[in-house]
Structures are given as structure tokens and as C-alpha cells.
Design a protein. Structure first.
Length: 228
């Protein structure tokens, strides 16, 4: 699964890297580095707007299907398995019509060891100071009182060779040349299925970090520092 990640890149840089018009981020509040983003918190995302241009927005992390009668359902929907994303009632409509890119500078996973679970931070290995994009789906849930909540989930797949030693799942990472295809599922959503594959292991690095990250209230640079 993918249950925690980090995003330190500023909103302005994200807009440039993801080709989002400056006017689409001008009204957003100043961004702050996030080192320990957890489920049910707001997450930054890029999607296509009604005008066909990319727009920057924030979603509640934990997808709440439009038909759900319980908002708490989202806590169980932080990830969508790529193998069943076209079949599950909770995700299939979003896969066909509502996709997004969720930028991250790295993500966490917990490796089972003899003395417990060791948190690991996984990021690109090329040394470039730029975020990558996680494949996401989003949905709109409307409360009986008329208010609405937009929420999202991160799509996961089988692990690559690096991740297999850490966990049996990993988030789907979308390459820049595939952003348009992922964001725009029309006219044939099936075209995007081939993107739901493991990211090459040789492009990633993983290292142990402090157990500080276990508590989502800890949101400091210490979370991503290599453990002693």
C-alpha cells in the first residue's frame, strides 16, 4: 500500500513542472514543506479542469464514493489496487472519468524485520530535486445538507525488485510523457491500463528513517533523514 508520503516542492515549482497555468495557482495560499502526509489530510493534486487545462487543487486523502452514505468510508479507501480498479464499484467510475496526478518527493513504507517494523523512505535515485507523480483517482461526495467533499485515492501495483524486499505493494508512478494520457481517459479509458505497472527499480533508492514518522503529528525534516 501507500499510506504516507512527503512533498517539499513549492506550489510555484509544481505549477511549472506539471504545466499548470500560473493563473491557476495565483490564489492559493503559500505552500509549506510536508514531510509526513497521512490519510484523511489534504493532499495536493493536478487534474484536468472543465476547460481542458491542468489545474492545481487539494483533495481529502481517502476516496469517498459518490453513493456512500458514510463519510468515514474514505479512511478505508486511501489506495486502489490496479488489478481491480476497473471493476470495484468504489473506483471504476473515477478510473473512467476522474483521474489525477498526486505529486510527491518520496513515500514511506514499513519493512518487517526481526525486531519490528522499520520505516523506509523511498525516492528517485537520480539525485534530481524534483517530485514524481503518483497515479490518483478522485471523486465528489455530497452531503444531504448540500455541502460536498472532493476526495482521492492513490493507485497501487505489484512491487519492483527494490520494493519487493520492503513491501508487497507500491504506488503507481506516472512518467512525465504519460501525464496527458493518464489525466485524460477519453475516449478510451482502457488505454491507461498499461501505465499501472511497477516503476523501474534502478530509478529508485530506499533507506531507513526514524520511527518519528510513525506518528503523523511529527511533520518535520527529521522524518526523511537517514536513520543512524
Amino acid at each position: 500500500m501507500c499510506g504516507r508520503f512527503a512533498l517539499m516542492t513549492s506550489t510555484e515549482q509544481l505549477a511549472m513542472l506539471f504545466d499548470v497555468p500560473e493563473t491557476a495557482v495565483a490564489a492559493l495560499p503559500p505552500s509549506v514543506p510536508r514531510y509526513n502526509i497521512a490519510p484523511t489530510q489534504p493532499v495536493a493534486a493536478i487534474r484536468l479542469g472543465e476547460n481542458g487545462e491542468r489545474e492545481f487543487t487539494f483533495f481529502h486523502w481517502g476516496l469517498i464514493p459518490s453513493w456512500s452514505k458514510d463519510i468515514k468510508m474514505g479512511a478505508r479507501m486511501i489506495n486502489a489496487r490496479s488489478e481491480t480498479v476497473t471493476e470495484k464499484p468504489s473506483f471504476r467510475n473515477a478510473f473512467k472519468r476522474r483521474r489525477c496526478l498526486i505529486p510527491a518527493d518520496g513515500f514511506y513504507e514499513w519493512q518487517k524485520q526481526a525486531d519490528g517494523k522499520q520505516p523506509m523512505f523511498i525516492r528517485p535515485s537520480d539525485g534530481a530535486e524534483r517530485p514524481f507523480a503518483l497515479a490518483g483517482l478522485w471523486e465528489v461526495w455530497r452531503d444531504p445538507d448540500g455541502s460536498e467533499l472532493q476526495s482521492c485515492t492513490i493507485v497501487t501495483t505489484t512491487p519492483n525488485e527494490l520494493m519487493a524486499a520492503i513491501h508487497n505493494r507500491m504506488p503507481v508512478i506516472v512518467e512525465p510523457e504519460d501525464y496527458d494520457l493518464w489525466l485524460n481517459p477519453e475516449p478510451d479509458p482502457e488505454q491507461g491500463l498499461h501505465l499501472l505497472r511497477p516503476y523501474p527499480a534502478e530509478k529508485m533508492v530506499a533507506y531507513p528513517v526514524s520511527t518519528l514518522v510513525n506518528n503523523p503529528r511529527n511533520d518535520t525534516a527529521q522524518c526523511i533523514q537517514p536513520a543512524a
